[in-house]
Design a protein around this ligand. Structure first.
Ligand SMILES: NC(=O)c1ccc[n+]([C@@H]2O[C@H](COP(=O)([O-])OP(=O)(O)OC[C@H]3O[C@@H](n4cnc5c(N)ncnc54)[C@H](O)[C@@H]3O)[C@@H](O)[C@H]2O)c1
Length: 334
């Protein structure tokens, strides 16, 4: 008996979309039909590596190919049109975060997708990291009591300033992962945010070099955040994250993305990222792979997405309120 496969295409085959393509190509429950990018050289390479069709125009691809789903990994300024077009065709969508640039654009996108009743999973990959999955389970089972404080740190290196700052920003691209996770862990609604930023090198991009922020919940609990992308490129761990939850009956501490592994050679000392999208034995692994594999499985079986549009929009609301707090130099009510 042949097993039904999810026929899928990827729109945007840059840094992350090319990994989406590889992951679907390796998933026995998926058939990578085509990839699309306006960068002709890059998309041809990705298609060749993964043995699938390629397009330079997503409208043409969506018209020509018989698909069940699409992964959208374009920059967030180019989301609305491909999303709506795919949703109107009844395709299930794996959508990269963030949902857009400005909050009113994000609200418009979410409203339109909800009206079409589109199936959309937003790619918040921490939910597929086994440490965060275990943490969610422990908290759900009330193992650490009532939550008192959360702390999230996400310090990137200068590649962030070079590669991402010109077209996205620190809060929308980076800290949003931790904000979304904390909002999901909290049983209480967020009440207000306050954020302060360091604005030096990113001034020309209308963005932030670093942000320190707090988020207060209605039950009295408080989250604090620190994020930046200014560390030297040769720091041992490419990303320096931490996530702590302190309850009145215990605590859960997640440190780093190297999962405790250090590699020392004559040339270098590194703590390789094993959590997010490491390549091991020539295949993409880690939380990105797990999250996309879960998307394929859930889409095939009509199960709800791990992170849906409603949850992603709430995270965006907090992100944009933090930006407003920085701009107005005062706390913002949610
Ligand atoms: N979930 C995660 O952990 C995660 C990780 C990295 C990036 N992202 C998100 O993914 C998105 C893309 O990031 P990236 O680092 O891959 O950026 P990137 O610049 O490397 O890739 C974006 C690609 O989209 C292509 N593109 C632009 N307009 C297009 C169009 N009209 N049609 C088809 N392709 C088009 C570009 O040519 C480029 O190849 C960003 O929103 C980013 O925040 C998410």
């Amino acid at each position: 008996m042949s097993v039904k496969k999810l026929r899928i295409a990827v729109i945007g085959t840059g840094l992350i979309g090319s990994l989406h393509a590889e992951i679907y190509n390796e998933n026995n429950l998926a058939e990578l039909v085509a990839v699309c990018d306006i960068n002709k050289k890059a998309v041809k390479q990705v298609a060749k590596k993964n043995n699938c069709n390629y397009y330079f125009n997503y409208e043409e691809m969506l018209k020509n190919e018989a698909l069940d789903a699409v992964s959208i990994a374009t920059p967030e300024s180019i989301r609305l049109k491909p999303c709506i077009m795919a949703a109107k065709k009844g395709l299930k969508i794996l959508l990269e975060k963030p949902l857009g640039k400005k909050f009113n654009e994000i609200k418009n996108l979410v409203t339109r997708l909800k009206k079409i009743k589109a199936y959309v999973a937003v790619n918040f990959i921490l939910h597929a990291d086994p440490r965060f999955r275990k943490m969610k389970e422990e908290i759900k089972n009330n193992k650490i009591g009532n939550i008192v404080t959360y702390f999230a740190r996400r310090r990137g290196n200068r590649l962030g300033i070079e590669y991402y700052a010109p077209w996205t920003d620190l809060l929308s691209s980076t800290l949003i992962h931790d904000i979304q996770m904390i909002l999901e862990l909290s049983k209480s609604n967020p009440e207000r945010v306050f954020a302060e930023a360091v604005i030096r090198e990113c001034k020309k991009y209308n963005s932030h070099d670093a942000v320190v922020a707090t988020l207060k919940f209605r039950d009295g609990s408080v989250a604090s955040f620190e994020t930046s992308w200014v560390l030297p490129k040769n720091q041992p761990e490419p990303l320096d994250p931490a996530f702590n939850v302190i309850g009145d009956q215990g605590s859960i501490i997640i440190e780093g993305s190297s999962l405790g592994m250090n590699i020392l050679t004559n040339k270098q000392f590194i703590k390789p990222d094993l959590a997010h999208w490491p390549t091991i034995d020539s295949s993409v692994d880690g939380a990105l792979k797990k999250n996309l594999d879960m998307f394929v499985n859930n889409a095939l079986n009509n199960k709800p997405p791990i992170v849906d549009l409603h949850s992603a929009q709430l995270a965006e609301k907090v992100v944009h309120s933090m930006k407003e707090s920085i701009r107005l130099k005062k706390p913002i009510k949610l």
